[in-house]
Structure formats: structure tokens, C-alpha cells
Design a protein around this ligand. Structure first.
Ligand code: A2P
Length: 267
């Protein structure tokens, strides 16, 4: 059993302690929160970091994509509430002013530097997988490097699209990137279990051409398109296969290429 000293154990040296600024609940299973950005924390837009809470004497940490851009004063996150999840069952109750732990070493492959230059950038997300793209669509580099940015977000039901609608609206209203976002950013949503303008899994919409018909734009072309993918492991697996079939090559920080993937972490 933890004694009193354990309960007030100091956080370990590999994490910062940051104060929660805002918390917003979207559905019974989805919420977003932000905290002050620890002074020493550096990251590239699209990366993830360990986030958590003290659990008695030990930190309980999970990887979370940072949903705010590299230049922002605040760090934002978007999370599912995992039923009986050790971290999210507590994290979902945080309030402004509470303290959370933030790892000191953000990392990840959903970064612009892991892709070779191209014309169109497809950001393909399902569920909370939109989080790293919320960061990238507010980064001026994204608009400097690409002529067109197409963010797709597929969820089961309509309320799950609200966070994405808000982050896209925020990008278009952003003093730094708003003008570029208004010109270059397109947001395409599809639902799999509710009626919607575009219905079906993104894999099907790519394969049957409905995504491109909806955009009024040509299908994937590895010569000019770059793709980032973020969702569950099944989604990553299936879209990776589609991308590779069409001649795209997976990139990494050390070897940029034409597509990159990252799982949507939560726990
Ligand atoms: P579906 O409703 O057909 O399962 P989840 O909420 O489970 O993370 O799913 C988010 C979205 O991803 C849902 O719309 C879901 O569709 C879709 N999805 C789940 N598995 C796959 C897959 N293998 N390929 C493409 N989309 C998927």
C-alpha cells in the first residue's frame, strides 16, 4: 500500500508538470484539453509526446499526438475516454488549474520533414487520429510546402466530427495561417454509421473514387501527392496497403518519401 510519502512523490526527471488551461467534452467518449506549454519543450508540428498523471509513487503515461502547432504557447490534446482505461478514466475528469505530466521528448513520423516535396498533401484521419493534423494545419510550413492540403476525417457518427470542424475553423481564423488555410485547406468528412454527404470508410471512398469525385480532383498520384495517415492500427494497415499499391513509398525522418503513418495513441 502507498504510504503518505508515496502519494506526494515528486514527478520523475523525464516529465514536466504543466497546468491545465481548458477542457472540453465533445461526446461521452471524446474530450479535448490544453495546458500551458512547459518552457523547455520543443517539438515539430505533428509529433506526439507522453502525457499523464501521477499514480501513487509512479507516473502513468500514454503517448498523445500534440494537436497544437509548434509555435503555440499552449499544448492541446484530443482524447478518447477508454472504458476502464487506467489513464483516461482519470484524465477525463481533469479541470482547469489541475496539473498533468508532459514528457520531455516529443517524437514521431507525421512531420513535414519525413516527406519529399510535393504539390498536394493528403492528411487522412479517422476518430482521434485527426489530432496531429490539427497541429499541422496551423503550421505555416505546411502551406509553404504544398499548393493544396486535403484533410479527411472519417468517424462513425456526426457528433464525432465536431472537434475537426472546430480546428479547421480555427485554422481559417488564425492570424498566422488563416489566409493560406482559406485558400489551400479542404476538409472532407465522411461517416460510417450516420447519414452524411459522403458515407463510408475512407478506404472504400479512395478505392471507389468517391473521394476524388467529391473533391473534383484527380486520384492519388505518387509523383505529386504526399500522404499522412493517422487512425487505428487497422486503418493504418489498410490505407498503407492502398498507398503502396498506387506506388507510394513510406518515409521516415531519416529517409523522407511519399507517405507516412502513425497510430492514434490513447489509453
Ligand atoms: P466503421 O464504422 O465501419 O467501423 P473507430 O471509432 O472504431 O476508431 O473508427 C473510426 C472510423 O474508422 C469509423 O468510421 C470506422 O468505420 C473506420 N474504420 C475502422 N476500421 C477501418 C479500416 N480498417 N479501414 C478504414 N476505416 C476503418
Amino acid at each position: 500500500m502507498a504510504d503518505q510519502a508515496d502519494l506526494i512523490a515528486p514527478p520523475p526527471a523525464n516529465v514536466y508538470v504543466a497546468r491545465v488551461a481548458e477542457v472540453k467534452h465533445y461526446t461521452d467518449a471524446l474530450f479535448a484539453f490544453s495546458c500551458e506549454r512547459p518552457a523547455g519543450l520543443r517539438f515539430r508540428s505533428g509529433e506526439f509526446v507522453m502525457i499523464g498523471l501521477m499514480n501513487g509513487p509512479k507516473p502513468l503515461l500514454r503517448a498523445y499526438s500534440i494537436a497544437s502547432p509548434a509555435w503555440d504557447e499552449q499544448l492541446s490534446f484530443y482524447s478518447i475516454k477508454v472504458p476502464n482505461g487506467p489513464l483516461t478514466s482519470r484524465l477525463q475528469h481533469i479541470q482547469p488549474g489541475d496539473e498533468i505530466l508532459v514528457g520531455k521528448k516529443p517524437t514521431g513520423t507525421l512531420v513535414l520533414d519525413a516527406l519529399t516535396p510535393g504539390k498536394r498533401l493528403f492528411l487522412i484521419s479517422t476518430g482521434t487520429g485527426i489530432a496531429p493534423f490539427a497541429s499541422l494545419i496551423r503550421d505555416p510550413d505546411t502551406y509553404e510546402r504544398y499548393d493544396e492540403i486535403i484533410l479527411t476525417h472519417t468517424c462513425r457518427t456526426a457528433p464525432e466530427l465536431v472537434y475537426g470542424e472546430e480546428v479547421v475553423a480555427a485554422a481559417k481564423a488564425d492570424p498566422l495561417v488563416g489566409e493560406a488555410a482559406a485558400q489551400k485547406l479542404r476538409h472532407v468528412t465522411s461517416l460510417t454509421r450516420d447519414a452524411h454527404r459522403l458515407e463510408g470508410r475512407i478506404t472504400n471512398l479512395i478505392e471507389n473514387g468517391a473521394l476524388f469525385a467529391h473533391l473534383g480532383a484527380p486520384a492519388f498520384d505518387p509523383a505529386q501527392d504526399r500522404i499522412m495517415i493517422c487512425g487505428s492500427s487497422a486503418v493504418l494497415h489498410d490505407i498503407k496497403a492502398i498507398a503502396e499499391e498506387r506506388g507510394f513509398v513510406e518515409g521516415a525522418n531519416s529517409e523522407p518519401a511519399s507517405f507516412v503513418i502513425e497510430r492514434a495513441f490513447a489509453g
